[in-house]
Design a binder for this molecule. Structure first.
Ligand code: ZN
Length: 103
């Protein structure tokens, strides 16, 4: 069973980082360290925090480095099968799912 309360730890800290207006590289490092630790504790709702901080690039970059991105989620049909795009939102290449379907 995953750890679904990581947002209660991550989000308030991230808001303080934003308010502190630190060097973006420092914000990135602190956010990445915290994300790593929470993911090690099986944090399974990190995607919700990504959505919360989309306007703040150092935090989005920290999530990206840890493999957590806001996905495109476009729905396509490949050979009559519905597919959900798993690429990061705003990608510039064709939509693609985890099974290699592209549309
Ligand atoms: Zn897509």
């Amino acid at each position: 069973m995953g750890f679904n309360r990581g947002n209660e730890i991550f989000d308030p800290v991230a808001y303080r980082l934003i308010e502190a207006d630190l060097d973006p590289a420092i914000t990135y490092e602190i956010a990445r360290t915290l994300i790593d630790a929470l993911l090690d504790a099986d944090w399974d709702t990190a995607d919700e925090s990504v959505d919360e901080f989309l306007e703040f690039e150092p935090i989005v970059a920290a999530f990206r480095e840890c493999g957590i991105v806001r996905t495109c989620a476009d729905v396509g049909k490949v050979q009559d099968v519905s597919c959900w795009c798993e690429l990061e939102a705003d990608h510039t290449i064709p939509h693609s799912d985890l099974n290699g379907h592209q549309w």
